[in-house]
Write a protein that binds this ligand. Structure first.
Ligand code: PMP
Length: 407
C-alpha cells in the first residue's frame, strides 16, 4: 500500500463527508453511482459564477476570454490525463450522451440488415439500449458476449462471435455491478484483427485507475465526469480523428458551424462540430479541477489504495452469514455487489441508511446481467480512496444488525 499519502487527511477535502445522516456519521459507499466532490471542484464552479460568468468561444471581452480559456483548459487537462490529443475529445453531458452520439452519427449510417453489434452481458443500459435502437431501425442484430462463472468476459465466446458481419464491439472497461476489469487491450486487439471497431465504456475505470487511452487501441472511449469527482452533466467522447472527421454532426446550432446561409451550412472542425449550443461551462471548469485534484494524488496510488480497501471489505463481508458476493474476477475494481439470503436488497439498504451507510440497491441499470445472475436485486457497496477500514466495519456491523431485524 502507498504509505506516502495520508488517506484519512484527504477526507477533509470533501465537505459532504463531515455530515451526519439519521444522527450517524455519513459512510458513503456509493461512489460507483456518483463520486463526491472535493472543495477545489466546488470552489472552481463557484469562482466561475462569482468572478467570470460569460459564454465561451463568442465574446472578446475579458470575462468571455477567461471563461473560454478555463473551459478549453479542461480539454487540455483531460487530454494529458488520458494521453490523447485535445482535438479528439468531444465534450458531452456524460457517457450516455457520448454513446448516443456514436450510435446516431457513426454507427447508424454504416449499419445494414444482417450486421451485428456485440456488447458484453454485463453492460450498463447506456452501452446497450442505444445500440439496440440502431439495430431495430436497420434490421441488424445485437448480440451479447457471454461471461465466465467468475464474471469475466468469456474470450472464447468473443472469438467465436467476431467476424465480418460485426460492425462494432461495445464493451465496458470496468463493470459497474461486478467490478470486473476487462482485459480491454486484448479485447480491442482481437476485434482489430477482424476489422471490427471498438467502443469502450470507461465510466467506472477513469475514476479508479490510470487510463492511457492511446495504448488501449480502441476506436471510441467514453466516460462521465460526475464519477471522477467532477460536476454532473459533464463527460466526453474520445474518438480517432478519422472517425470524428467522417461523422456528421448530431446536433445543429451555434458553435458547431463555420458559415451559415439559407442554402447551406459548413461545419466547424472536430471536436466543436459536435458541441452545438452553450455547454455546461461551470461543469467542465469543475471537471478540470477534479482531474487536477486526482492527478495530484496520483491515479496509481488511488488504484493501490482502493485495491487494499477492496481486499479488506471482501474479507470482512464474507463473515456476514448468508452473504453472497457476485463477481469473482481476478482483476476487480472496488465495487462489491452482494445479496443476503432471506433479506431483500431494498430493505437492507433502507436499514443501512438508518445507520448512516449509503449503498445502492436494485438492478444498477444492468437488467440483462441481473437476469443472468438470477437475482432480482443486489446491494452494491462501491468504494473510493477516501473510505476507511472503520467505515467498512460500520457497514459489516450494520449488515449483521439488519439481517437479524429482517430474519
Ligand atoms: N456506463 C457505466 C458502466 C456506468 O456505471 C454508468 C453510470 N452508472 C453509465 C454508463 C452512465 O453514465 P451517465 O448516466 O453519467 O451517462
Amino acid at each position: 500500500m502507498n504509505t506516502a499519502t495520508d488517506w484519512t487527511a484527504l477526507r477533509d477535502d470533501f465537505p459532504i463527508l463531515r455530515q451526519q445522516v439519521h444522527g450517524k456519521p455519513l459512510v458513503y459507499l456509493d461512489s460507483a453511482n456518483t463520486g463526491q466532490k472535493p472543495q477545489v471542484v466546488i470552489d472552481a464552479v463557484d469562482a466561475y459564477y462569482r468572478d467570470y460568468c460569460a459564454n465561451v468561444s463568442r465574446a472578446v471581452h475579458a470575462l468571455g476570454e477567461r471563461a473560454t480559456a478555463m473551459y478549453e483548459g479542461t480539454r487540455e487537462t483531460l487530454a494529458r490525463f488520458l494521453n490523447v490529443h485535445r482535438d479528439e475529445l468531444v465534450f458531452t453531458s456524460g457517457t450516455t450522451n457520448a454513446i448516443n452520439l456514436v450510435a446516431y452519427s457513426w454507427l447508424l449510417p454504416r449499419l445494414r440488415a444482417g450486421d451485428v453489434v456485440l456488447v458484453s452481458r454485463m453492460e450498463h443500459h447506456a452501452n446497450l439500449v442505444p445500440w439496440q435502437m440502431m439495430c431495430e431501425r436497420t434490421g441488424a442484430q445485437l448480440l451479447p458476449v457471454e461471461l465466465t462463472p467468475q464474471g469475466e468476459i468469456d474470450l472464447d465466446d468473443l472469438r467465436a462471435k467476431l467476424g465480418p458481419q460485426v460492425k462494432l464491439l461495445a464493451m465496458t472497461h470496468v463493470s459497474n455491478v461486478l467490478g470486473t476489469i476487462t482485459p480491454i487491450r486484448e479485447i480491442c486487439s482481437m476485434a482489430r484483427k477482424h476489422g471490427v471497431a471498438t467502443l469502450v465504456d470507461g465510466s467506472q475505470a477513469i475514476p479508479h485507475m490510470p487510463v492511457d487511452i492511446a495504448s488501449i487501441g480502441c476506436d471510441f472511449y467514453v466516460f462521465t465526469g460526475h464519477k471522477v469527482c467532477g460536476p454532473t452533466g459533464t463527460g466526453a467522447l474520445w474518438a480517432k480523428r478519422e472517425h470524428l472527421q467522417s461523422m456528421p454532426p448530431f446536433f445543429g446550432g451555434g458553435e458547431m458551424i463555420r458559415e451559415v446561409s439559407f442554402e447551406r451550412t459548413s461545419f466547424n472542425d472536430p471536436p466543436h462540430k459536435f458541441e452545438a449550443g452553450t455547454p455546461n461551462i461551470a461543469g467542465f471548469i469543475g471537471l478540470g479541477a477534479a482531474v487536477d485534484y486526482l492527478s495530484g494524488i496520483g491515479m496509481a496510488a488511488i488504484a493501490e489504495r482502493e485495491q487494499f480497501l477492496l481486499r479488506e471489505a471482501t474479507a470482512r463481508l464474507r463473515d456476514v452469514p448468508g452473504l453472497r458476493i457476485f463477481g469473482a474476477a481476478s482483476h476487480k475494481a472496488a465495487v462489491i455487489s452482494f445479496a443476503i439470503d432471506g433479506a431483500h436488497a431494498h430493505d437492507l439498504a433502507t436499514l443501512l441508511d438508518l445507520d448512516g451507510v449509503a449503498v445502492r440497491s436494485g438492478q444498477h441499470c444492468a437488467h440483462p446481467l441481473l437476469q443472468w445472475l438470477g437475482v432480482g436485486a443486489t446491494l452494491r457497496a462501491s468504494l473510493a480512496f477516501f473510505n476507511t477500514l472503520d467505515e467498512i466495519d460500520i457497514l459489516v456491523r450494520a449488515l449483521h444488525k439488519a439481517r437479524q431485524l429482517l430474519a
